[in-house]
Design a protein around this ligand. Structure first.
Ligand code: PEP
Length: 243
């Protein structure tokens, strides 16, 4: 499969800023000679998705950062956005990000309902799992991660991308070591099959992106803050480009 480079904008960039940044990254991707072995996925905030889709559609796919668990299509759910609504633009949907699990108290069950709604609308869930620093230090991180994955993926186990995002690595500048990422990939692939895509996120930047993407056990990267800087984004793309 193609390696994935997924950019998560989180709650950043207004609509105007998002369009302007999309134009810049589209020029960057156009200038590169990525020879079809990398899929670039951009995940803007919901409000910017339709416009960013128009700007980026020839160079990248769109992902949503979340989706409603309530219903896959429509209903009396104030403030929610359904998988069906997103599916006009997006091929991927991030679910179970630790920022939502922690800040919005999303449970594994909520995440599983979201994944089912994503699948029903022919998109691919990018299911995030991750351990805290305390869980890693206790040595119990493998069972924590596999339990989170089993509970969150109920109903779509054969149709997901697993994103390993250790909570201690996100936004900290302190990425997981490559060997530690590979250890988790082997655990996930031995439980869910070698064909289950496994990607890594957590302080990926121009210094570590290529080394991570070069590993056969790692099918892609999920990048937050570094992908919001045009300079870092361009550097990461040119490193991928120089394959
Ligand atoms: C993320 O939160 O998905 C992420 C990978 O963030 P960062 O790259 O900023 O650590």
């Amino acid at each position: 499969m193609n390696k994935l480079f997924i950019s998560n904008w989180k709650m950043n960039l207004t609509l105007a800023e998002g369009i302007s940044f999309s134009n810049e990254i589209s020029r960057t991707i156009n200038k590169s000679i990525i020879n079809g072995n990398i899929e670039i996925v951009i995940c803007p905030p919901f409000i910017s998705i339709p416009n960013c889709f128009q700007v980026l559609k020839s160079v990248a796919k769109i992902g949503a950062q979340d989706v409603s668990s309530m219903h896959d299509a429509k209903g009396a759910y104030t403030g929610e956005i359904s998988a069906k609504m997103i599916s006009d633009y997006a091929d991927y949907v991030i679910i179970g990000h630790s920022e939502r699990r922690i800040n919005l108290k999303e449970t594994n069950h909520d995440v599983s309902l979201k994944g089912i709604n994503v699948i029903k609308n022919n998109m691919i869930p990018i299911l995030c799992i991750g351990e805290t620093e305390t869980q890693r230090d206790s040595g119990e991180y493998i069972s924590v991660l596999l339990n989170q994955l089993r509970e969150s993926s109920k109903g779509f186990e054969k149709n997901m991308i697993v994103a390993y995002e250790p909570i201690w690595a996100i936004g900290s500048g302190n990425s997981c070591k490559t060997a530690q990422i590979i250890e988790i990939s082997k655990q996930v692939k031995s439980s869910y099959g070698d064909e289950t895509p496994f990607i890594y996120g957590g302080s990926v930047n121009e210094d570590n992106c290529k080394e991570i993407l070069d590993q056969k056990e790692i099918d892609g990267v999920l990048v937050g803050s570094a992908s919001l800087s045009l300079d870092s984004f361009s550097k990461m793309i040119s490193l991928i480009d120089s394959e």
